[in-house]
Design a binder for this molecule. Sequence first.
Ligand code: AMP
Ligand code: ZN
Length: 114
Amino acid sequence: MDSCLFCRIVDGRIPANIVYQDEQVLAFEDINAQAPVHILVIPTRHVAAVQDCQDGDKTLLGHLLLTCSNVARMKNLAESGYRIVTNTGADSGQTVFHLHMHVLGGRHMTWPPG
Ligand code: AMP
Ligand code: ZN
């Protein structure tokens, strides 16, 4: 999708600090980090949000979640802990409508989120 920011990162037309990639997923540093570690994990195929996923996306969704876990391990967060967030729709504050999971860590998180 030409108009989609994250599709353009997948295509390499917009630069990003990539920490992991394979055919199905891409992980890169958030440009406006909200924690010492803030990585976004996205599918390489355009999907707007989690509610747009179908039964056929089960493997992809599992792969995204496992990639979050692997990235967290790579960033030495496995012991200290971390948060995985997927904003979905207007009330959540989603601003980029290409499915992404935030992996946040390196500081203590509060609950509930704002
Ligand atoms: P959300 O608000 O859940 O849709 O998250 C979108 C995230 O994308 C925000 O945390 C932004 O800081 C991040 N973001 C926006 N543009 C870029 C970019 N060019 N490279 C990396 N992260 C970005
Ligand atoms: Zn996209």
